[in-house]
Design a protein around this ligand. Sequence first.
Ligand SMILES: Nc1ncnc2c1ncn2[C@@H]1O[C@H](COP(=O)(O)OP(=O)(O)OP(=O)(O)O)[C@@H](O)[C@H]1O
Ligand SMILES: [Mg+2]
Length: 248
Amino acid sequence: MSSIVCRDISVTYPPQKAPSLKEWALRRGNRAKPFQALTDVNLTIEPGEAFGIVGGNGAGKSTLLRVIAGIIPPTRGEVITRGVLAPIIELGTGFDGELSGRENIFFNGSLLGRSRAFMRRCVEEIIDFSGLTEFIDAPLRTYSTGMVARLAFAVATTIDAEIVLLDEVLAVGDASFYDRCEERIRRFHQTGATIVFVSHDLVSVRELCTRAVWIDHGRVVTIGDANEVADAYEKRMHALPAPAVATV
Ligand SMILES: Nc1ncnc2c1ncn2[C@@H]1O[C@H](COP(=O)(O)OP(=O)(O)OP(=O)(O)O)[C@@H](O)[C@H]1O
Ligand SMILES: [Mg+2]
């Protein structure tokens, strides 16, 4: 049985009154109309896969992860996932800034459906893997972005989630953390768990993923072997002229 099935997924965002600067720049400020961020996306991801999602800024990668995580419903189509799913998408989601790192481990674990007793058994392993022993009793709001990412990744991969969704998470950790994540991702997919990750770093997509999809303007361009998809995407990126930068 597949871990994730996306059938004919389309997502249309309603018009936005106050777009972020990034969105304004990408869409030239045209937010008066609904915006179709994904169109007819079909994907099947099997247990044990490390699956990459690549594409330019605004292509729809994070939208696809949000739909898979159930954070937003697709406007059309359906998503089926099997197993405990740990989304590490908008950093800090599933965490509370006022609680300490340690308390957040329990809080996040409960959101992922694990009991306090279960979490008590793995809390030390989580702290150890995160490398945050020194800071673990400080409030999460005092953590850097990379530190929050470490904690989230450590929880998701220690509690045996069956599906882990990562949006640019590896990119915010330092090199030593990346090495440990890499090892854990390999071990993870040997146990039959599934990792889906969005990254602009094609080196990590090539190193870590079995398969990948390239999304452009909300549509699937190609799905297949991670190296081949990275090659095709890279070739297109280098062939494009430099993007016009919007002046504000
Ligand atoms: N909440 C929202 N409301 C309206 N439009 C949105 C919303 N979130 C994203 N969009 C638009 O949908 C498109 C896809 O956004 P998305 O965040 O999925 O892109 P992405 O591929 O993750 O880009 P990046 O590489 O920059 O993270 C963009 O044009 C963006 O402006
Ligand atoms: Mg994104």
